[in-house]
Design a protein around this ligand. Structure first.
Ligand code: PLP
Length: 383
């Protein structure tokens, strides 16, 4: 039998490749986006309590109600958005599953979906598996902003969805109020669904604020807003996320979710519900927590030959190495890992049009212990 791949262009993700290389060469891993510190003690304690006290079977399909209620409270507090925890919040095993289900809920064969490059890697394959056609648009090369006039030109009769991601992985750029206004104009005019990947919602720096699509009632009516407990609570390995969407969209999303995973990990849902209730300050402390780490990386690299503009959000910092090397970004990242001892992600992997030799940027991740950041900077400063 001939095996016909549904995703012929997809190999092992770069995150696994670079993390393995980092481990093989004992390099400091600033490549994959996960912390080298633990979730809060109280959250870990609640998780083990629920495991030890009989909360180990399937949760309700849409998620433990107490957690959905906490999520609804959170979006009310942060985005002044009232949602019904019963019908408009769904708990998922990570934001990745939420994204896959949202796309598969509304994208039909031949529908076009707008994706901004550089892009997080799970959007394009999910669109293709839904039978859709990803239409990639490059963010502007200087500051990774969206050129809305170009977006307007790329919209056709077949465009069904637009995917945005702010704060942005990998660039660290953040959409402003004006971007959300432009998005709304186009979404309403062309009757588009919006998938808003907001997993770094609390990591916005320098006094700026996060403009969730949920802040705008008309936009919220046609949007899936996706969040990640993994990012927010330093627990990426728990793979816990959630989606906020109006009832009709949530219903379609759940129709997919129930046959992909059905439910997320039960004990973690109870633990997160308790922790969100007891420790709301965790969320308000996050911008400062990560801004300090960004500053530590940027300050300690200021005398290096890398050039960069401090990230506006997320826990990633893009740096340009043109003054150091003419290698393409894949070769440079491999060399950085194997010879210098610091792993990074080459920016070209986030583009459909890789154009490797022209991109001289790598992404460093700063959700790391201070000592890890300082050790990495020490190795990078003299090259
Ligand atoms: C932009 C973006 N979206 C979604 C995800 C996936 O989040 P989760 O681990 O909760 O599935 C990530 C993880 O790195 C991400 O960077």
């Amino acid at each position: 039998m001939t095996l016909l791949s549904k995703l012929p262009d997809v190999g092992t993700t770069i995150f696994s490749v670079m993390s393995k290389m980092a481990s093989d060469f004992s390099a400091i891993n600033l490549s994959q986006g996960y912390p080298d510190y633990d979730p809060p003690e109280e959250l870990k304690e609640r998780l083990t309590w629920y495991i030890n006290n009989g909360f180990n079977q399937y949760a309700p399909m849409a998620g433990v109600y107490a957690l959905r209620e906490q999520c609804a409270n959170k979006v009310k507090t942060f985005y002044d958005c009232c949602v019904n925890p019963d019908s408009e919040v769904t708990i998922t095993p990570g934001a990745t599953e939420a994204i896959f289900c949202a796309i598969n809920a509304v994208v039909h064969t031949g529908d076009e979906v707008l994706i901004f490059d550089p892009a997080y890697d799970c959007y394009d394959p999910a669109v293709k598996l839904a039978g859709g056609i990803p239409v990639h648009i490059d963010l502007t090369p200087i500051d990774y902003s969206i050129d809305w006039s170009e977006v307007s030109l790329k919209i056709s009769k077949r465009t069904r969805m637009i995917i945005i991601n702010s704060p942005h992985n990998p660039s660290g750029s953040v959409l402003g109020e004006n971007d959300i206004a432009e998005l709304k104009k186009l979404a309403l005019k062309h009757d588009l669904y919006v998938l808003s990947d907001e997993v770094y919602e609390h990591f916005v720096f320098d006094g700026a604020q996060h403009f969730s699509v949920l802040r705008d009632p008309e936009l919220a009516k046609r949007s899936f807003a996706v969040f990640s407990f993994g990012k927010t609570y330093h627990a990426t390995g728990w793979k816990m996320g959630y989606v906020v969407a109006p009832e009709a969209l949530s219903k379609q999303l759940r129709a997919v979710h129930q046959f992909v995973t059905f439910v997320a990990f039960t004990p973690a849902q109870h633990a997160l519900a308790d922790f969100m209730q007891s420790s709301p300050e965790h969320l308000t402390q996050l911008p400062t927590f990560y801004e300090r780490k960004r500053d530590l990386l940027c300050t300690s690299m200021s005398a290096s030959r890398f050039s960069f503009k401090p990230s506006a959000g997320s826990f990633f910092q893009v740096m340009d190495y043109s003054a150091i090397s003419h290698k393409d970004d894949m070769e440079f990242s491999e060399w950085l890992t194997t010879s210098i001892g610091v792993a990074a992600i080459p920016m070209s992997v986030f583009y459909k049009n890789k154009n490797r030799s022209k991109r001289h940027q790598v992404r460093f991740c700063f959700c790391k212990e201070d000592k890890t950041i300082l050790e990495a900077a020490k190795k990078l400063i003299d090259i």
